[in-house]
Design a protein around this ligand. Structure first.
Ligand SMILES: Nc1ncnc2c1ncn2[C@@H]1O[C@H](COP(=O)(O)OP(=O)(O)OP(=O)(O)O)[C@@H](O)[C@H]1O
Ligand SMILES: [Mg+2]
Length: 288
């Protein structure tokens, strides 16, 4: 089976050949398999947004190749166009791109551009609204009458309605209040469960990463520094710290408890995983 996304020897420079040249991604190699849910983490300016902009040809590599579903996207105009349909990108603060007078029209914008008939456009809008958690009664409202979290989900539904095989989010929960944030993260989880599509997201929240991801890709200073399962990556806490990153807060708390002599595991990455251990301690679990 071909990978959803494969990148080989990818480098990207901004302002190439000028005194302001920046190597934003250097010789990156990665593979994302179909159906995977992958998190990309890295400190500010490490190159995450630059990397994901290559997944559907929004940026052109200075070196290296990008394959979507096994096809070199820069091989022809058609393959580039195809990659735009196969890989949906949700930018940071996607709600800034809402512009129609109703939520329905905003979600319908992509499918309409694909020249689908009205029935199919409507079917897709309703399905995307359901997947993104946009309430049916909001479809006829102006996007500007919605709350921050609702606007964000409406904008995401506008990408989902194109029915991409791969959905890429750049910091999907940034700037939302804790409640809207939780709703959005749960929505991404259920979207993957319901559609089986490949999902890639960039995040600064190690909690969200531990909760959602099957696999983590770590970028440090324009290079891929680590790739692995959640436990493989978060067990390398010292290296992450040296890259300006961290492990989830609950993991740090459990490491501290261990140092104090409590019998708790060190591979706890989510609050859900922590609960039975905390209960046990509260019921009189002894220090080792
Ligand atoms: N349009 C641009 N022109 C020039 N330099 C840029 C441009 N976009 C990004 N850069 C630089 O390229 C590097 C990588 O930026 P990028 O936005 O990909 O990082 P990031 O990991 O997404 O950061 P953040 O976590 O802040 O979103 C940084 O040094 C940034 O300053
Ligand atoms: Mg970014």
């Amino acid at each position: 089976m071909t990978s959803a996304i494969e990148i080989t020897g990818l480098s990207h420079y901004y302002n190439k050949g000028t005194p302001n040249e920046v190597a934003a991604i250097k010789n990156a190699n990665l593979r994302i398999e179909k159906g995977e849910l992958v998190a990309i983490i890295g400190h500010t300016g490490s190159g995450k947004s630059t990397l994901i902009s290559h997944f559907n040809g929004l940026l052109k590599p200075d070196e290296g190749k990008v394959f979507v579903d096994g096809k070199d996207i820069w091989q022809s105009k058609e393959s580039l166009r195809e990659s735009r349909f196969k890989v949906g990108l949700c930018f940071q603060y996607p709600e800034y791109q809402l512009f129609e007078d109703t939520v329905f029209k905003d979600i319908a914008f992509g499918p309409k551009n694909m020249k689908l008939d009205d029935e199919e456009v409507k079917r897709r809008v309703l399905r995307a609204a359901q997947l993104a958690g946009v309430k049916p009664e909001h479809l006829d409202k102006s996007p500007f009458d919605l709350s921050g979290g609702e606007k964000r989900r409406a904008a995401i539904a506008g990408v989902m309605s194109m029915q991409p095989q791969v959905l890429v989010f750049d910091e999907p929960a940034a700037g939302l209040d804790p409640h809207a944030r939780k709703q959005l993260i749960d929505m991404i989880k259920s979207y993957r469960e319901q559609t089986g599509c490949t999902v890639i997201f960039v995040s600064h929240s190690m909690e969200d990463v531990a909760y959602l991801a099957d696999r983590i890709i770590v970028i440090n200073q324009a290079e891929i520094a680590m790739q692995g399962s959640v436990s493989e990556v978060f067990s390398r806490g010292d290296e992450l710290t040296s890259m300006g990153l961290n492990v989830p807060e609950i993991t740090r708390i459990f490491l501290m408890l261990r140092e104090k002599g409590y019998d708790v595991p060190k591979d706890v990455y989510t609050v859900g995983q922590a609960v039975p251990h905390i209960k046990r301690l509260m019921e009189g679990g002894r220090a080792i």
